[in-house]
Design a protein around this ligand. Structure first.
Ligand code: NAD
Ligand code: DAU
Length: 351
């Protein structure tokens, strides 16, 4: 079936994996990637598919209502998969404004444009909003986030994402807009911007820089390989029940310090260094303000109802990720120069 699908934030980490999957698996679909290309957006992430006839890129800031309107005038979308966002918690702590504009206002602009223009063709219209497990707040040691867990966002980032989830539900309830939401745990894999824990650690080990571990390294995250998130998005977009929410997670909890130690071990092996040499780089630094202790997702609804399963073990995924970063030095170099280097200096000084 022919479809015209808008994917926002497709030049970012997760978005680029979703775009690649859809462009390759569904040649009958027209895939439009709308991205502002902020510091986190990199068209180089898509260089292997950007000449495919079913792929189109438009540089659009979703905060700009007129630009969004023009985009929806150019294409009669019957589906939207909305990933564009400011995504880094630390940046939301230092400068929350951009998170409010992009994550809340940008989402409302897209919802409004889709409500006003969704085609009447005989296809399943759907606004799919990609969200995070962080909207549920922080867990102590025990229990999991389910789709019924009350919202309790605790950082400007998670509060802006929670707000956008509420807006998607409000458009569903008020205007009958068909929507679906998924809330996913921490992703890792190729093309992740090196401000996030795993690529930052890989890069610092490679270059012999201290590895900054916040607080005592006791915080826990549930890690999922990015391509398994992309496969969940594919399944939910095609078979998810409109109006429903699906939690996506790896059932793979790691204390930060244990994860960093594992990465040190893998990196020593890959770089042919003496075992234990990278661990010496671990440096405990001031904790993140309001640092959530633990996230853990119960994804049994998605598994039971839609048959989704992660395909990669953490050991495999981490090794594939390390291999990718070690063989894509140019990608990292390009990113680490310029604006990111200024951010790193402000966050971690000369460490
Ligand atoms: P990312 O920061 O790597 O990429 C975000 C993309 O959005 C970039 O390409 C950027 O240029 C674009 N963008 C930002 N502001 C924009 C604007 N105003 N207009 C148009 N484009 C804009 O993010 P990511 O890690 O790939 O996350 C993608 C989505 O998935 C986000 O909505 C995030 O909240 C959600 N999510 C991320 C994770 C994770 O672990 N990374 C987990 C769960 C959910
Ligand atoms: O849970 C899903 C969320 O995961 C997504 O919604 C966010 O977009 C994504 O950025 C991620 O948020 P986190 O804050 O969990 O990811 P980050 O990689 O920034 O940090 C992971 C953990 O590691 C967290 O407990 C903070 C810690 N950390 C992070 C950095 C960057 C460190 O100890 N040192 C660091 O230098």
């Amino acid at each position: 079936m022919k479809r015209i699908i808008l994917i926002t934030g497709g030049a970012g980490f997760i978005g680029s994996h979703v775009i690649r999957r859809f462009v390759r698996r569904y040649p009958e679909y027209t895939i439009v990637n709308a991205d502002k290309l902020t510091y986190a957006g990199n068209l180089g992430n898509l260089s292997d598919i950007d000449r495919e006839p079913n792929y189109h890129f438009r540089r659009v800031d979703i905060v700009d209502k007129q630009a969004v309107s023009a985009l929806f005038g150019e294409f009669r979308f019957d589906g939207v998969i909305h990933l564009a966002a400011e995504s880094h918690v630390d940046r939301s702590i230092t400068s929350p404004d951009e998170f409010i504009y992009t994550n809340i206002i940008g989402t409302v602009n897209l919802l409004t444009a889709f409500r006003d223009t969704a085609t009447e063709r005989d296809v399943r219209k759907l606004f799919y909003h990609i969200s995070t497990d962080e909207v549920y707040g922080s867990l102590e040691h025990g229990g999991f986030f389910t789709e019924q867990t009350p919202y309790d966002p605790r950082s400007p980032y998670s509060a802006s994402k929670a707000s956008s989830d509420h807006m998607a539900r409000a458009f569903g309830n008020t205007y009958g807009l068909p929507f679906v939401i998924s809330n996913c745990s921490n992703n890792y894999g190729p093309n992740q911007f090196p401000e996030k824990l795993i690529p930052l650690t890989i890069n610092n080990i490679k270059t012999g820089k201290p590895i900054p571990v916040y607080g005592k390294g006791e915080n826990i995250r549930d890690w999922l390989y990015v391509e398994d998130h992309a496969s969940a998005i594919d399944v939910i977009f095609h078979a998810g029940k409109p109006g429903d929410t699906y939690n996506v997670g790896g059932d793979n909890e790691w204390k930060n310090i244990d994860l960093v130690r594992l990465l040190c071990k893998v990196m020593d092996e890959k770089l042919g260094r003496v075992t234990g040499s990278s661990e010496k780089l671990i440096t405990y630094v001031t904790d993140r303000a309001g640092h959530d202790l633990r996230y853990a997702i119960d994804s049994s609804k998605l598994q039971k109802e839609l048959g989704w399963r992660p395909s990669v073990t953490f050991e495999q995924g981490l090794r594939m990720t390390v291999d990718w970063y070690l063989s894509n030095e140019q990608w990292l170099e390009t990113i680490i120069s310029g604006a990111y280097s200024k951010y790193y200096q402000e966050m971690y000084g000369n460490r």
